[in-house]
Design a protein around this ligand. Structure first.
Ligand code: UD1
Ligand code: UDP
Length: 386
């Protein structure tokens, strides 16, 4: 029997983390020939994920530049994929989420008339500049894709309201599948600084902040807020693995210089990161992935953004939108630090984003699409949170 050639295209850290378990699931099925093309939109941060999950790329476009623009990422990916499509001759392309790699990968597939499966489909804020450019990227990919793998019922509902063409499946988020292998109670960190942190007697806040729409004044406000929290609470320490974007690096170094209870460290590999989050007191972040991971660890999250396309954890009560205004962020962090009841209310483990079987459902959906099974996979059902 001719194998179905599935080409996964991704390029940044979060895409790799969330596609890794799916690549491993596809490998387990003899009816699929699973191939992988990385764009290298991220270099070090991508390679670190590939190493942890022992993935190797069949194609690597190696596009990253020091201060890359949205246009350079998109055009270099599109051009680089020309040869890849010629050689790989995929029957299906898989892309993930909402990065520029995702958009360019889907567009290239369309140009080659290859159907697209969109993993993490249907997240929306309905503000095209927030998150920027992600909201537009995922909306455009929604128009291109034939298979939409939505993590939650609310994501699928967004696509239905848009009368999107193609088949919609509710699968859960593949990041929850990835976490099955990363979080361990006996985990030892590589960095001695992390092993020496006093998780029992100190309150450790994990911070990440990198979004383009937060560049400039919002990022200043966020970092000043964190600075103020650290100065107000002597038992608080902040661990901030700083994204490699030069804009973020500069802002973090300038704002936290001289504060010995703010640990600016290099990006962590995903195992280190998940285990750090699992031991922390709470999380402050503008990252999408962290908003999905923290609730299943029972860790409160303050979302450092004006909006979120991930309202499920907010509805479940484990995440709060803290915004980008310094005083508001300080107020919300103080509430968590001062009020044990408020903390306990948020520190409950919930799983609105998945049950660890998203990749299984996606593989079954692909089988169904190619006529290899009769039934569609069962949807991932969450309690009706929204
Ligand atoms: C990208 C995605 C964003 C995603 C984020 C995850 C776009 C437009 N943005 O944003 O949706 O949330 O990744 O982290 O697709 N750099 C390195 N080494 C690395 C990675 C980045 O040096 O391993 C530096 C480079 O100078 C690069 C810069 O970071 O030019 C920015 O990277 P880029 O991918 O353009 O934007 P992100 O902010 O990472
Ligand atoms: N992450 C990581 N190391 C770090 C910071 C984050 O492995 O130093 C992981 C995190 O656990 C999550 C993903 O990277 O799985 C999120 O990526 P990022 O915040 O870069 O992008 P976003 O989710 O906002 O698109």
């Amino acid at each position: 029997m001719k194998k179905i050639r599935v080409l996964s295209i991704f390029g940044t850290r979060p895409e790799a983390i969330k596609m890794a378990p799916l690549m491993m699931e596809l490998e387990r099925h003899s009816e699929f020939e699973s191939m992988c093309c990385v764009t290298g939109q991220h270099r070090q941060m991508l390679d670190s994920v590939m190493d942890i999950f022992k993935l190797s790329a069949d194609y690597d476009l190696n596009i990253m530049e020091k201060q890359q623009t949205l246009s350079t990422i998109t055009t270099k990916t599109l051009l680089g994929l020309e040869n890849v499509f010629e050689e790989a001759k995929p029957d299906l392309v898989l892309v993930h989420g909402d990065t520029s790699t995702t958009f360019a990968g889907a567009l290239a597939a369309f140009y080659h008339k290859v159907p697209v499966g969109h993993v993490e489909a249907g997240l929306r804020t309905y503000d095209i500049y927030s998150p920027y450019p992600e909201e537009m990227n995922r909306t455009l990919v929604g128009d291109i894709a034939s298979l939409h793998f939505s993590p939650t019922a609310a994501n699928a509902e967004n696509l239905r309201k848009e009368a999107i063409l193609g088949e919609i499946f509710i699968t859960g988020n593949t990041v929850i599948d990835a976490m099955k292998t990363t979080v361990r109670s006996d985990f030892l960190f590589e960095d001695p600084l992390l092993n020496e942190l006093d998780f029992q007697n100190k309150r450790i806040i994990v911070l990440t902040c990198h979004r383009r729409e937060n560049y400039g004044e919002p990022m200043e406000q966020i970092m000043q807020a964190v600075r103020e929290v650290v100065l107000q609470y002597s038992d608080v320490e902040v661990v901030y693995p700083v994204h490699l974007s030069p804009v973020v690096q500069e802002c973090a170094k300038r704002n936290f210089e001289g504060l010995d209870r703010v640990h600016l460290i290099k990006p962590l590999d995903v195992e280190q990161m998940h285990n750090l989050m699992a031991r922390s007191y709470f999380i402050m972040t503008d990252s999408g992935g962290l908003q999905e991971e923290a609730p299943s660890m029972g860790k409160p999250v303050l979302v450092l953004r004006k909006e979120t396309e991930r309202p499920e954890a907010i509805a479940a009560g484990t995440a709060k939108l803290a915004g980008i205004d310094k005083q508001n962020i300080v107020r919300m962090a103080s509430e968590l630090l001062d009020n044990p009841e408020a903390y306990e209310c948020m520190a409950k483990a919930v799983n609105p984003y998945g049950d660890g079987k998203a990749c299984e459902r996606i593989a079954e959906a692909i089988q169904w699409y190619f006529g290899l099974r009769q039934d569609r996979p069962d949807d991932f059902l969450t309690k009706d949170l929204l």
